[in-house]
Design a binder for this molecule. Sequence first.
Ligand SMILES: Cc1ncc(COP(=O)(O)O)c(C=O)c1O
Length: 442
Amino acid sequence: MTTTAPEQLDLQRAARDHLWLHFTRMGGYRDAEVPIIVRGDGCYLEDSKGKRYLDALAGLFSVNIGYGYGEEMGEAAAAQMRELPFYTNWSYAHPRAIELASEVASLAPGDLNRLFFVSGGSEAVESAWKLARQYYTARGEMRFRAARVPGQRVEAVVDFPEVHHVRNTNRYHRPPDESEAEFTAFLLDELEQTIEAAGPETIAMVIFEPVQNAGGAFTPPEGYWRGVRELCDHYDILLCADEVITGFGRLGAWFGSELYDIRPDLMTIAKGLSSSYAAIGAVVASDRVMEPFMEGTRMYSHGITFGGHPVQAAVALKNIEIMRRDRIVEHVGETRDTFRQTLEQLLDLPIVGDVRGTGFFYAIELVKDKETRQTFDDEECETLLRGFLSPALFERGLICRADDRGDPVIQISPPLVAGQQEFDQIVSILGDVLAEAWTRIH
Ligand SMILES: Cc1ncc(COP(=O)(O)O)c(C=O)c1O
C-alpha cells in the first residue's frame, strides 16, 4: 500500500510511520516520540519543540566548524549549482574537484598528493582496500588468497577482503605495572605475529585510526606508530590511516598522521572534510601508491557516481577556507589542555574510571569499582546506558554518546568552535547525571 504525503505533514507521525533511523531500535518509538532536530547554530541544536541542546558530539564527530556557517556554505553551494550542478570524475575533471584535491594535498603531510573522491567514510575505506589490492596487482603480485579460476580476472574471483583484527591501544585495563614501552612492544609483537600467521604475502594493507573511536578514544602509546610503520616497511605492506574522524582538526592538527608522524601510504577522509555540510570523502594516496597506476594502460578499476560531485566539492572547499580563516585548528591546539583539565574534574566521581583522548576527542569510561577497574556486565550496561544515561543526558540538553561496543564509555567530541562555556556546560550536566547514575546503581 502506498501513502501520499499530506500537505501539512505531521512530522512526528510521519517519522514513526516512514523513517528508518540508523543504528536505532525502532520498536522503542512505537509509543515514544522520535527526537526531531530542526535547526542549529554554533555548538547548539534545537528540536521541534524549541528545546536547545549542546551538541557535544558534533553531529557524528563531524560538524567541525559547528552549525553557524550555513549562510556562507549555502552561497558556495548555490553558486556552484548555477555554474555546474553536476558532472562526474569518471574520465573527466571539473574545477572544484581539481581545486579541492590540490587544497587537501597541500594540507596533507608528506607526499600524500593524490585524491580519489567518494561520498563518505565507508566508501573511502572500501576504496582504500580496493586500491591497496590493485596496487599490488599492478606490480604483478596478488596480495590476497584467491582460488584461481581459469579464464577469469583475478580481481573478479575474490569480492571481499579477508580481514584480521589486532588489539586496540586501550591501556586502561592492562596490568598496572606494565610500562608504556612494554605496552607498545606487546602491541607491535602481536601485530607482527598476526602478519606472520596470515602470511605477509597475503596482506595488502594495514588500516588503523590515529586515535581509535570504537571503545572510546584510544590514543597510541609512545613509539606505536613508528613501530607500525617499520613493520609495514619490513613486510612491504601499505599503511592506511583512517582519518575519517581525526582529520580536519579534531586532534588539534589538520591530520592525526601529522600529530603522530604516521607517514601513511594512504589516508581515508570524510566527515570533517566538509564539516558534514556535504556528503563527501576521499582516499588520499601517496606518490608511491600512485606510481604503478601512471604506467601504460593501467588504471584503478573503481568509480562512484557522486565521487567529486562539484557541489559537494565547492562546500568542502568553503569549509577549508573557513577553517583557515577562523583559525579553527589553531583554536583546538590552544584550548585542548583546558578542555582536558575541565573534563578531568569528572574523575572525582566514583563511576568515572578513565578520561582519555586528545584534542577535542574524548571518552569517559564508566566503572563499577574504581580500585579494581571492574566494568559493568551486559545487563547493567543496558540499564545504565540505554535505560538511564542516554535519555537523562538528552533530557538535560546534552547530546553525547553512551557507547557499549567495548567497555561502557561516554564519547565527547564537540564542534571545534567550542570554548570554555561549552566545556563547563558539558562537565556540569555530565557530573549531575553520572552522580545520579551512581546512586541508582547502588
Ligand atoms: C573511522 C571511521 N571510518 C569510517 C567511517 C564510515 O564513515 P561514513 O559514516 O561516512 O560512511 C566512520 C564512521 O563513523 C569512522 O568513524
